[in-house]
Design a protein around this ligand. Structure first.
Ligand SMILES: NC(=O)c1ccc[n+]([C@@H]2O[C@H](COP(=O)([O-])OP(=O)(O)OC[C@H]3O[C@@H](n4cnc5c(N)ncnc54)[C@H](O)[C@@H]3O)[C@@H](O)[C@H]2O)c1
Length: 249
């Protein structure tokens, strides 16, 4: 039985994970951590990692970027594998991910869905063919409660395009109020917020007289929770280091 602690357990993703893990026979949520430590489910909820005195095999984090460095320090202290799914991470988070991965296995992905990670592989395959003649723009759409913008997934997809390019590109966040001449060395990234959209990403390759659009639509948050659960099952069997969906897909 895989014992899991959920960081950010009372949020939208925390509650989806609670339901999905609850439907499985080989794993269980033993505790939650949340800035609002109210018990909503059949496991205890603590206000910080340090207050959580329940033993587990792995911690899954869907919370807020500001929570990530302290959580990772705690994972080092108790030698716990961790799955970091929170997005909008800053340099302090990335430094702590690197530090923690020297001591424990750390899995991080800005998007845990199989579809987005398959899309990333498609990008790696077609970008070198198109790079010279096609420019790339990325549009992401999310619900109005999403805090970070652009989405971590839009940045993940832009990074995949850039990784596959011979000439590295700069990211331009929105094009309004700009009067500069267009450059092929740019990827434009555009964020739209509306209603309850769980997540939509479109990667546009625009060339002379032809356009390719790769579109991914998340129809529910279950896809992210299922990926995070698969990542948790994977990470507990690994040695210290950094892991991502590339290791799973
Ligand atoms: N990697 C992926 O596939 C994926 C998918 C969906 C969402 N996300 C990301 O996961 C994060 C959470 O998303 P959500 O929609 O559940 O957000 P949410 O706002 O509904 O939930 C976040 C929860 O974290 C809690 N929280 C805030 N600060 C905290 C702290 N310091 N310690 C512990 N808990 C804290 C909040 O109280 C809240 O309950 C976001 O960064 C989001 O972008 C990632």
């Amino acid at each position: 039985m895989l014992k899991i602690i959920l960081n950010g357990c009372n949020g939208r993703m925390g509650q989806v994970l609670t339901r999905i893990i609850g439907e499985k026979e080989d794993m269980t949520v033993v505790a939650g951590i949340d800035a609002k430590p109210v018990q909503l489910n059949d496991y205890p909820v603590f206000g910080s990692p340090q207050e959580c005195n329940v033993e587990a095999d792995v911690i899954i984090d869907f919370s807020h970027f500001s929570a990530v460095p302290n959580l990772l320090q705690h994972c080092i202290d108790i030698k716990s594998p961790v799955v970091v799914a929170t997005t909008g991470l800053d340099d302090a988070c990335f430094e702590m991910i690197a530090k923690a991965s020297e001591t424990v296995p750390v899995f991080r992905s800005a998007n845990m869905s199989l579809g987005i990670n398959a899309l990333a592989k498609a990008i790696a395959a077609i970008t070198p063919v198109l790079e010279k003649e096609f420019n790339v723009e990325i549009i992401e759409k999310h619900h109005t409660k999403k805090l970070d913008s652009p989405s971590g997934t839009a940045l993940l997809l832009a990074d995949k395009v850039n990784d596959a390019c011979q000439v590295k590109k700069d990211y331009i966040y929105g094009r309004h109020s700009k009067h500069d001449e267009f450059k092929m060395t740019e990827i434009g990234i555009h964020a739209v917020r509306g209603g309850t959209i769980p997540g939509e990403h479109t990667v546009i390759y625009a060339g002379p007289d032809e356009v390719i659009e790769l579109n991914h639509l998340a129809l529910s948050r279950d896809i992210f929770a299922n990926g995070a659960v698969a990542a948790a099952d994977f990470i507990v069997k690994q040695t210290p280091g950094q892991y991502s969906m590339d290791d799973l897909v």
